[in-house]
Design a binder for this molecule. Structure first.
Ligand SMILES: [Mg+2]
Length: 260
């Protein structure tokens, strides 16, 4: 494990792309209360301070929410809504929703709202290009399969939605974009600034992160946080273990840069 970490730490140009929830912050009941664990925040600050080293967050959260919980400054690289929203150097890519897409969002909301309201502690999150049906707080978990089935039927009735199944959330999006597209966009963007190919480290804990692992090349490195099937080459046990991994990466990168 140390050797892969050492290898990427010595890459000429390094992008560290991180999922947020469940990767650098513990999963909590109220998503607004999520924060980076201090050890991860410290490692990220050290990495960002190094030359030819970039840190980006790639999340299913709406961009505004991601910016808030990460405490991102204007220079931060942020990918929100699973790759739909991109903020680079303070500039936000326009979502450019068509009237037709907006119409479908309104139609689905009118169907989902009463379905979700019918299940105690479930809630509907309005996202820039879709909806999240949250079930983390639902105490009677036997109600979740029925809720999901009804929500899927509603989305199928309206039509044209991409579905994503995550931890305690079922999402419907009018845009068929993934975290893999987000990582590709970051790599292209940094390709102009970097001198050669950018080496990417991507870390995530959820099913949607597999799309990002899938676009990694042989020189890149995927790190899966926690249990579950993955195509990532490395795995760490949990959020604190990943914060330690990031700290070791910062140590190795600092050593590599000062040796140049
Ligand atoms: Mg996550």
């Amino acid at each position: 494990m140390a050797s892969e970490l050492e290898r990427v730490a010595q890459a000429p140009d390094l992008l560290v792309a991180l999922d947020f929830d469940g990767t650098v912050s513990p999963l909590v009941d109220d998503p607004a209360e999520s924060r980076l664990v201090p050890a991860a925040a410290a490692a990220i600050a050290r990495l960002r301070a190094l030359p030819r080293t970039w840190v980006a967050f790639v999340s299913g959260r709406p961009l505004a929410s991601l910016a808030r919980v990460t405490g991102a400054d204007d220079d931060a690289l942020l990918i929100g809504s699973h790759g739909v929203e991109v903020r680079i150097g303070g500039a936000i890519a326009d979502l450019g929703l068509s009237a037709e897409e907006r119409g479908r969002l309104v139609a689905l909301e009118s169907k989902l709202a009463p379905i979700v309201a019918g299940v105690p502690e479930a809630y509907l999150e309005h996202k820039p290009v879709g909806f999240g049906v949250h079930t983390r707080r639902v105490r009677d978990k036997s109600l979740v399969p029925g809720l999901h089935a009804a929500a899927r039927t509603a989305a199928a009735d309206v039509g044209g939605f991409t579905e994503r199944d995550g931890k305690d959330i079922l999402e419907f999006s009018v845009r068929d974009v993934t975290k893999g597209d987000g990582v590709r966009a970051l790599r292209e963007l940094l390709g102009d600034e970097a001198q050669g190919d950018v080496t990417v480290v991507y870390a995530g804990d959820d099913v949607t992160d597999e799309d990002a692992f899938a676009v990694l090349g042989p020189g890149d490195l995927g790190v899966k946080v926690g249990p579950g099937e993955t195509r990532a080459a490395e795995r760490v046990a949990d959020v604190p273990a990943f914060a330690e991994w990031l700290t070791r990466l910062a140590d190795a990168r600092e050593a590599s840069v000062s040796a140049d």
